[in-house]
Design a protein around this ligand. Sequence first.
Ligand code: HEC
Ligand code: HEC
Length: 340
Amino acid sequence: MNSLKRWRTCFAAMLLLGGCVPGAQETDVDSSKPTEFGYQTTPRTVRLLEGEAAYNFYCIGCHGENGLGNGPAARFLNPAPRNFQDAKFKFISTRFAELPTDQDLFRSISNGLRGSSMPAWGHLPAQTRWALVEYIKTFSDIWQRPPTPAIPFVTDPYVEAADKSAAIRRGEVAYHGFFSCWNCHPAYVPAERISEYSVVLGGPPRSGLRDGLNQAAIKTDEEDKTIFAPDFKRDYIKAGTSVEDLYRPIAAGITGTAMPTWIDAAASGPEDEDGNKLVTQADIWAIAYYVQDLIKKRKVMIPSDAVVVRSNREMRFGELGMEYTAELPVVESEEFIEDE
Ligand code: HEC
Ligand code: HEC
């Protein structure tokens, strides 16, 4: 079925190249999906053809023929491959449960998700990765919605500082004192210090905190599967460990898990008697530096390229001659081009 689909795509592309497709005169053909007959050769159609071919070659085994996340490998995988019909994405720069931006999808596809079975596909040409972004959006009508804007990155107040220790200290206070990240992730200071930090940031003294405070709490995701909030001193970080890659999930939250959009909590944070804000959105940056510092303090640093499964196209498929690429027509402009 898989190879049949592939051949259909190649065949359709050959027809296209030959320019022998009849019936392109209709103007009401849906050009949002490649169809066998009645092609409207828009750049989008071409991208979708390329996306479909690449998907059927690289992604189908996990994400499934219809994007349901139920490919043959899926039953062995936890977390499960994303279901593209549900269109709920985790590593996004929009708010919790909103649709990701194209850039978000491109980033996840290019970098993979460490510690899960989602490989990095950065070795594929950028054009192919963009085609994949466009293709996986055809699995759900949710994408007909107008695009949701990304949460603006507030300015990083620490970006110029060569020494990040002020950011890290502030991050420790905010992480424990106001944001209570330790409800799910471990606390990295004793309970008395959490209480102290809470008071500093305009909150009440804290007592009776959860058991096992220095360990991650076990949570369940939307599908009731067990999921851990990572211990930053030990566990995999899926979407990257640069401060930007840490800022993003902290600010936006992680859809489908218990991790909420923190940038909004920061915006409505407490004030002192003079009306000065005790917590600001910029504190998300401080927390990102703090979390990165915890990651750096690991006893054994895991080299980034050792962790993600890398799919080396040349190595795996080159010798076998199993190249997926169909010859696709080159379309120069965004204008509609009618087949001869
Ligand atoms: C070996 C299995 C496997 C293959 C092959 C695979 N994926 Fe994934 N993919 C996963 C898993 C598992 C997840 C979910 C990880 C998680 O939830 O932490 C995922 C998640 C994703 C996501 C969601 C990211 C987010 O923010 O939620 C996208 C997009 C994605 N994959 C695209 C692709 C594309 C495109 C391909 C082919 C080029 C591909 N995947 C191939 C296993 C795979
Ligand atoms: C209600 C529970 C909960 C709270 C509170 C919470 N998180 Fe999370 N967080 C999670 C879960 C669950 C995951 C794992 C998601 C996954 O692996 O798919 C996670 C993942 C993360 C990640 C990893 C992202 C990646 O790329 O893998 C970071 C960073 C993070 N959280 C930071 C924070 C910070 C900072 C706070 C406080 C501001 C916080 N979290 C509060 C539940 C929570």
